[in-house]
Structures are given as structure tokens and as C-alpha cells.
Design a protein around this ligand. Sequence first.
Ligand code: ZN
Length: 175
Amino acid sequence: MGHPLLRDVARPLQPDEIGTPATSRLIADMVDTLHDYGGIGLAAPQIGESVRLAIIEIAGGPTRYGELGPMPLTVFINPVIEVLNPAPRGYWEGCLSVPGLRGYVERPQHVMIRYTSDRGESRELELQGFFATVFQHEFDHLDGKLYVDRLSDTRLLAFEREFERYLLPQEEAAP
Ligand code: ZN
């Protein structure tokens, strides 16, 4: 956070760039970075490339948001979001570009995304709840936005240690 590139609107990837060695190298670097830091998503601007490309990988299993189906590592090129239900749902978000912090952000809870795969195919995906939030967070990076811009209450921004000590127990106690 603070690097100007994280605040730029990234450029679309051109069709003839998809599948090239340079793009494959960028994706491989992003996968390495995601695995090194243990995140669930990463956008190209976060590693210094201002192009509209993001990767997401979510291990399935029980979480505090219920049982999540896994999402294997997937590459999203030039994604577009359509909101299907604007009713907000809030989650505690973290970001590899804003290390050590968690913040509570409310976003539309039901979206459709359209994107190009790393093989150049057009795809779409309908997402709800936690998954809808993850995708909106990652794709915000392509428009120069960070989750801290979307906090509706700055008192709900915390260091991870304090989040785990004070805020997470409250969240788990909530109905
Ligand atoms: Zn992020």
C-alpha cells in the first residue's frame, strides 16, 4: 500500500498476449507469490504488472462462513462484474498488499463475472456470499482500489492480532 501502481487502472490484456511465454511467466510468478504468502487471491498489479489479470485459489472445507466448496487455481483475464443482488453482505478482508491488517467490508452478495481464461476462452461464473466478496476484492485491484477504500466504519480496521483477540470472538458469537 502506497505504491502508485496499486492505484492505477490496469490495462486490458490483448488477445494476442494470452498464452504467450511472457503472460505464462507472469501467471507463474503470481502463483508462486500467492503460495509463498498463503493468500486466496492475487491481482497482477500487486506484483508490479498493471494488466487486468487475477488468480484465485480457495481450498474447500469448513470455515467460519460455513462449508465452502473448493475453487481450484483459476486465472481470470479482463474480468467484468455484474451485480445480480446489490444487498450487501459484510466480511473481514485481508490483503497481501496491506499486510498485518483486517477490515470489515460490505459488498453486493450476488454477482456474475465474465472473463477470459488463460486459454483465451470466454467464461462466466455466478458467485454468492464469501466467493462474491473474494472476486470483488481481487478485481478491485485492477481498478486501483483497495479494500481499505471501502470500509464503511474505520473502527472496523484492526491489526491481525487484535482482530483475532477482540473482533473474531464477537463475530463468532453473532447469530
Ligand atoms: Zn488484495
